[in-house]
Design a protein around this ligand. Sequence first.
Ligand SMILES: [Zn+2]
Length: 269
Amino acid sequence: MPEGDTVWNTARVLHRALAGARLTGSDFRVPQLATTDLTGWTVRESASRGKHLLLRLAAPDGAHWTLHSHLRMEGAWRAYAPGERWSARPAHLIRVVLRSPGAVAVGYHLHELALVPTAEEESLVGQLGPDLLGADWDPAEAVRRLAAHPERTIGEALLDQRNLAGIGNLYKCEVLFLRGVSPWTPVGAVPDLAGTVTLAQRLLAANRGRWTQSTTGSLHRGQTSYVYGRRAQPCRRCGTAIRKEELGERVTYWCPVCQPERTRRDDAG
Ligand SMILES: [Zn+2]
């Protein structure tokens, strides 16, 4: 599932494939960019911000533009050598193809594909909270934003990219397990918000540079998570069956014993 670390990895793949290259062709398969042609444009760099991808380009007239994309649940970018078979996904999922002399980048099932002046990037990502994998990661600001809505459940607040950017459902579930906090705990009753966001940052950072996401330290299939995706399986810590229920718009996984409910602020501490 594309979370901040996957998007960070994807940005790096695109950077290695295209940075510095002059595009020899482009093929957009989305209505809003159907007539756009980036032939002759130069790729300056590829970056991520939370779960957003920003491919920064220079037009032939020197103007700086950003091709924005979002992977959501299913999206992916792949880089191929020229002439290599595109094997990652079915062709009907392709949304854009960027060709350069040394590589072909193919974007599958992308969302929010948009080409904007780089100076206006903030209109797309300016609402995001601190980026867990950004150079400007600011845990105190993330805590401040979370704490501004103390009645909200921590399970929903951690997924809100306006609070902090990069956590998806997997890291949300895993962080709360490791902190011993029920996903239904009001933010104001979470014992140590700073510790929670710091742990989330460490988990994402540990998975940079690889595609298997693990929060347990194991990369073996079936052993990469404590609770996520493990409904009815025994908790790795206490043996209790892991539970799965809807929380807000997403499902959440948790151990009812290791993550007891806290409802009152004076439970904290
Ligand atoms: Zn447990």
